[in-house]
Design a protein around this ligand. Structure first.
Ligand SMILES: Cc1cc2nc3c(=O)[nH]c(=O)nc-3n(C[C@H](O)[C@H](O)[C@H](O)COP(=O)(O)OP(=O)(O)OC[C@H]3O[C@@H](n4cnc5c(N)ncnc54)[C@H](O)[C@@H]3O)c2cc1C
Length: 418
């Protein structure tokens, strides 16, 4: 194991998508800086290495809800951020050394076993939003939104006789899929080529200021004096920044990987899916299906749990649980589960990632976390934005989609950051 440096210009805590991205873009812009990534595990051992890999601008579905809460401009900015991140991820996949990792332009299908839930997702019949919803919903038609009734679902998908699906919605080609740990590894390896030091199995226990107000990062392997510190610590952020307790909240998801099988779509297409009770599943190019979610099956919804070393027996053995869930709806006689694991989502209290400097009293400390289950469409550009801030770039202008992470949209943000 390489020796930990006594000093670094920038210490990044976390080697998931957000930390890897910060290091990569920073080293690219300022090769003279000494940059060091510290991770308690190996590269992308957290949510990034355990996720479903849907690079899906999810806010496309959420525009009505976001607009109601924060206004239409905000809702469209969130969509722009997700869209721009998808583009940036494609560009990176094409330029980084190594095999390409993205599967482009797959369809996103949401399935429902309840008419009310479907109407709500579409913004239909949701009285409090009234006309706003109708006008916003109409924005989705140019994206090719298709509403499927039950028989169309049967025509399109290899659904089993007697399945409970009542309908679905599909946005064709709206999603890419990625093996997130592979692409993150490529990003980190490229950053290492650019001079970044990667120290795995190095747990940060706290960050303090010494008598000269210098930042000192205390780790399981000794102290590092730092010019700047970036917390890219996902759901574990409150453990190193206690003021984030209640603002970034962990929630554990359970996931299974099913051995390669025929396409779930009758015409052989691959697709990313969501629905049937907060679950998601995606078929990778090799035919493997990654299926996750299932929080709703446990009392308390797995909220507040940040332990991904164990599985909940209650969830895994539930008759609607991950081991049997897909077989109940789809024609899958042979369903061999290759692996099962859990992963922790970092839910942000207002649904928006935290990406920016901490309060002026904590100069040179930055937070890049709280991606709420949508990190594949936000974390890359958030990391790039943190790199820019360390280089002295001004805060993102109100026209930039990143300003939604930086701006104080909710009262919970104001006394902590930005
Ligand atoms: C099961 C699951 C499925 C998901 N599916 C999708 C999906 O399909 N699409 C999508 O967009 N998003 C999805 N997400 C969300 C997405 O994976 C995350 O938003 C994203 O990976 C967050 O990246 P990150 O870098 O912030 O966090 P992480 O990848 O979790 O990285 C944080 C790192 O910080 C390290 N760390 C934490 N504390 C310390 C410390 N004190 N000292 C040292 N190191 C520390 C951890 O070890 C970890 O490696 C999913 C998440 C899960 C859990």
């Amino acid at each position: 194991m390489a020796k930990l440096p006594a000093q670094a210009d920038v210490v990044i805590i976390g080697s998931g998508m957000s930390g890897a991205s910060t290091a990569y873009y920073l080293a690219k812009r300022r090769p003279e800086l000494s940059i060091c990534i510290l991770d308690a595990r190996d590269i992308s051992g957290g949510a990034t290495g355990r996720n479903g890999g849907l690079v899906h601008p999810a806010s496309l579905w959420e525009i009505p809800v976001l607009a109601q809460e924060f206004g239409l401009k905000y809702a469209l900015q969130y969509y722009s951020l997700e869209h721009a991140t998808r583009k940036a991820m494609r560009a990176l996949d094409a330029t980084l050394p190594g095999n390409r990792t993205l599967d482009l332009d797959v369809d996103k299908v949401m399935l429902f076993n309840d008419d009310d839930a479907m109407a709500k997702k579409l913004g239909l019949g949701w009285a409090p939003l009234g006309r706003v919803v109708y006008s916003i919903r109409s924005l989705l038609w140019p994206f090719g939104l298709q509403v499927w009734d039950k028989s169309h679902c049967n025509e399109q998908l290899r659904l089993r006789e007697g399945h409970g699906v009542v309908g679905g919605v599909c946005i064709p080609q709206s999603t890419d899929t990625v093996n997130a740990s592979e692409i993150t590894d490529r990003i980190v390896q490229q950053a290492i080529q650019q001079g970044v030091q990667m120290h795995s199995y190095t747990r940060v226990e706290g960050v303090h200021r010494d008598e000269e107000a210098q930042l000192r990062v205390r780790t399981s392997r000794g102290d590092v004096q730092a010019g700047h510190v970036v917390y890219a610590t996902n759901a574990w952020t409150p453990r190193v920044l206690p003021e984030m307790e209640g603002r970034i909240v962990p929630a554990r998801n359970h996931v299974v990987c099913i051995a390669p099988m025929e396409s779930l779509c009758r015409d052989g297409r691959r697709a990313g899916f969501g629905g049937l009770g907060n679950n998601y599943w995606v078929q990778r190019p090799d035919g493997r299906v990654i299926c996750g979610g299932f929080r709703h099956l446990a009392e308390g919804g797995e909220v507040g749990i940040d332990d991904d070393a164990s599985l909940s027996k209650e969830i895994m053995e539930d008759p609607e649980g991950p081991r049997v869930f897909l077989r109940k709806s789809f024609e899958m006689e042979e369903m061999e589960i290759e692996e099962e694991w859990s992963g922790i989502i970092a839910n942000s209290c207002d649904g928006v990632p935290w990406c920016g400097p901490l309060s002026p009293a904590r100069a040179n400390e930055y937070l890049c976390a709280g991606f709420s289950g949508h990190g594949m469409t936000t974390a890359l550009l958030c990391g790039q934005s943190i790199a820019g801030m360390i280089c002295g770039d001004p805060a993102p202008s109100v026209m930039s989609p990143l300003s939604i992470c930086y701006g104080a949209f909710s009262p919970q943000r104001r006394d902590v950051a930005f």
